[in-house]
Design a protein. Structure first.
Length: 751
């Protein structure tokens, strides 16, 4: 195992270096209270906490966007991934109704990084291709979701090849009027949807004690049945039906799509003087009885076979210290300690074979992050330098087990290994530093570097032919960027980024059923790396317009390579029984992704607002199949990359009145995607010849009465189109209604 830098010592040194007030020196007084009663009432709702700290924002000068809390309230997304459908360059795939995975510049899953309040959600079992884990964030507890498109490993470490998604939670609003004492604000939210029979809600309580202490907590839950679509999505080539999903007799309701959900969260914020703040937070997600649609049943399997996630749990507990204005050279500081647990329990039932396969996997992750940022340091007239440095390190501990039950004789036998190797562990983190040099008011030069450490350990299992793993890497990565503002309202950008993704425990040790077939491990994989170039332009007035073009070279890409039945590992009947057998390998040559993204926001007269997005991505890589012996046999040396999204976009029109009424309509669209990778050709989620294009019309209305009441209604898929996002197992909802009632605070003030 490689020797790791001493992160705790680094953090202690940083803490000792932070300047403290001199003896007898009083802290700065807060701002003067308003003098008039009207001003006092207006100021009562102002947060005393300034904008987000470095750990809570994605960098400027990059292709980025944000879903605000107002967007969440107006659009009524079904989940956190669903909330990203209107973001430029984001394409959301769903392997099940209870799952969702965002594609950023043609990459998803373990090749994109998910964060919650600066804490990594990615762990060492994130799999290749789409995964379900961003779905485990409760969208009703979020204040915003930020998206950075393009590599981000300098700041965030491994996995940030396609981009970074940062979710920020709702926080208690510490207020300036300490004399008010304890303030109690309960909230109640009810929600229902017709497409899947959704019924759920959230109860929330906010307690604030002036400007010093605040608590916000809530519990939520919902039950969803099978999802009704606009009908089957047929092959654009011959009109045939794909094998996924299966439908009920009405030809619209998709089998294997319902699930139950429970969420809970609590957040305590304490302000310790003017410059210091402490947070203690707990977030939990519990999903029950969620079928994986593409395996319920799988292609060519009997109709009564089904793979279900009996339990999909995530728990996150963390404490964070935030400091501001700590001295002449330290403007902002943030340090976080976290513990996270991801737990899965699965059951594959095969009644006709009298077999029930079960598995359980759990990952406990301990995390530490520390970050400090300087103010703009004046080097000369018109020349200012800002620095940022920090560390992060996470340690995963993995437990995995599997059983098989022969239901005709009621005998259960434990397998020698689970989906992963029990007792495996992974440590990953790094040290990073970034700088921004501002020249006059027109030019900004940015750059940074990172040294990472990754160590993976897993025991062997001779009975199943599983090799032990002991691997380590110490990659260097970095980025550089230039921003030029020739006009006050125009900025031009050029960026280069090198990012990486180290093979994780899923790559090196897992055996599992995927959409294209059964996939097994490769303990000899090398890290993936990307070199990304992007050019962008932002116009800030009279409208907001941005356009980005990018080219990403992906080296040593981890791809699925077809295998024969004889290649299946020992003690893996699921591999031998699968229609396709696949092993992860490093591609023999570089892959390439390039594309264009655009976004428009226009403020129109009479309270109208227009938004539009556009994204196009093209990807290709080397053919992993050997060249046939027959020179006349067809063979392509370069082939499309798997599940790259087609040309797609959105158009949205919103009207806001002066009395709280908001009306909106939007169109989501995508063109046909018929550039299919080798793995896509055997993927039952993709119709023969590719996924047809679509256009979906939604209409929305909402009424807000002060902060006391919000009534929102969405007519989804008003034209009842049959559609599917490329690579998904489920079709989108048919014509349906979503209704939400948000009441709160039910009362306010001292109890």
């Amino acid at each position: 195992m490689p020797r790791l830098p001493p992160p705790l010592g680094f953090l202690l040194l940083a803490c000792l270096a932070w300047p403290a007030p001199a003896a007898g020196e009083a802290e700065a007084e807060p701002e003067t209270e308003p003098e008039t009663e009207a001003e006092l009432e207006a100021d009562e709702e102002i947060l005393i906490t300034p904008g987000p700290l470095p750990g809570q924002r994605l960098p400027m000068g990059r292709a980025r966007s944000e879903v605000t809390q107002e967007d969440l309230a107006r659009r009524l997304p079904r989940s956190a991934p669903d909330a990203l459908r209107f973001e430029p360059g984001v394409f959301v795939q769903q392997s099940a109704h209870g799952q969702g995975s965002a594609y950023l510049r043609g990459l998803t899953g373990q090749q994109t990084l998910l964060l919650f309040d600066g804490v990594r959600l990615n762990n060492s079992t994130y799999r290749q291709g789409p995964n379900q884990y961003f779905f485990t964030l409760d969208s009703q507890s979020l204040a915003s979701i930020q998206v950075q498109r393009g590599g981000g490993s300098t700041r965030w470490g491994s996995d940030a090849l396609g981009g970074v998604i940062l979710a920020l939670p709702v926080e208690p609003a510490l207020r300036r009027r300490a004399a008010d004492g304890l303030r109690v604000e309960p909230h109640l939210r009810l929600r229902t949807g017709s497409a899947d029979g959704e019924l759920g809600g959230r109860a929330q309580l906010e307690l604030t004690l002036g400007e010093t202490l605040g608590f916000l907590g809530g519990v939520g839950g919902r039950r969803l049945g099978d999802l009704e679509s606009g009908g089957p999505v047929r092959s654009p080539v011959d009109g045939s039906l794909p094998l996924v999903p299966r439908f009920a007799e009405d030809g619209r309701t998709q089998l294997g799509t319902g699930f139950d959900e429970l969420t809970f969260d609590g957040r305590l914020v304490a302000r310790l003087g003017v410059h210091h703040r402490l947070k203690l937070a707990l977030y939990g997600y519990r999903q029950f009885d969620a079928p994986r649609t593409d395996q319920c049943p799988a292609a060519y399997a009997p109709s009564d076979e089904c793979l279900r996630y009996d339990e999909q749990f995530r728990t996150l507990l963390y404490a964070a210290y935030e400091g501001r204005a700590l001295g002449p050279v330290v403007e902002q500081v943030r340090a976080t300690l976290s513990w996270q647990q991801q737990h899965e329990r699965r059951t594959l039932t095969r009644p006709r074979a009298f077999v029930r396969n079960q598995g359980r996997d759990g990952v406990d992750t301990l995390g530490l992050t520390a970050l400090a940022r300087t103010p703009a340091l004046g080097l000369a007239d018109g020349l200012a330098l800002r620095l940022e440095a920090g560390l992060d390190t996470y340690h995963d501990m993995l437990g995995s087990a599997a059983w098989i039950t022969f239901t005709d004789i009621e005998i259960t036998s434990r397998r020698s290994r689970g989906q992963y190797l029990d007792g495996a562990s992974s440590t990953y983190g790094g040290l990073f530093a970034q700088a921004e040099l501002a020249v006059l008011d027109q030019l900004s030069v940015r750059g940074g570097g990172r040294l990472s450490w990754i160590a993976v350990e897993a025991p062997g299992d001779p009975e199943s032919g599983s090799q032990s793993v002991s691997r380590g890497w110490q990659p260097w990565v970095g980025h550089a960027g230039l921003e030029w503002r020739p006009l006050e309202a125009l900025s031009l950008h050029a960026n280069f980024d090198r990012s990486f993704r180290a093979p994780n425990l899923d790559d090196l040790t897992s055996r599992q059923q995927t959409g294209p077939g059964f996939q097994f491990e490769n303990p000899a994989l090398r890290p993936e790396r990307t070199d990304s170039f992007e050019l962008g332009a932002r116009l800030h007035a009279p409208l907001l317009l941005e356009v980005w073009a990018f080219r990403t070279t992906l080296g040593d890409a981890v791809v699925k390579s077809p295998r024969q039945g004889a290649d299946c590992p020992p003690d893996t009947p699921a591999c031998r029984a699968s229609w396709s057998k696949l092993q992860l390998v490093n591609a023999p040559a570089d892959s390439t992704l390039w594309g264009v993204e655009g976004a428009l926001l226009a403020e129109l007269p009479s309270g109208l607002e227009a938004r539009a997005t556009l994204a196009w991505t093209w990807g290709e890589g080397p053919n992993v199949l050997p060249r046939p012996d027959d020179p006349d046999a067809p063979y392509q040396a370069r082939v499309p990359l798997s599940r790259v999204p087609p040309l797609n976009g959105t158009v949205e029109l919103v009207w806001r009145s002066d009395f709280g009424l908001t009306l909106g309509a939007d169109v989501r669209w995508a063109t046909r995607q018929d550039r299919l990778a080798l793995a896509d050709l055997t993927d039952a989620r993709i119709p023969r010849g590719g996924t047809p294009g679509f256009a979906v019309l939604d209409a929305r209305v909402a009424f807000r009465l002060d902060r006391r009441l919000l009534v929102a209604l969405a007519l989804e898929n008003a034209l009842d189109a049959a559609y599917r996002y490329h690579g998904s197992s489920v079709n989108g909802p048919g014509r349906s209604l979503i209704f939400q009632l948000d009441v709160g605070p039910l009362w306010a003030g001292p109890p």
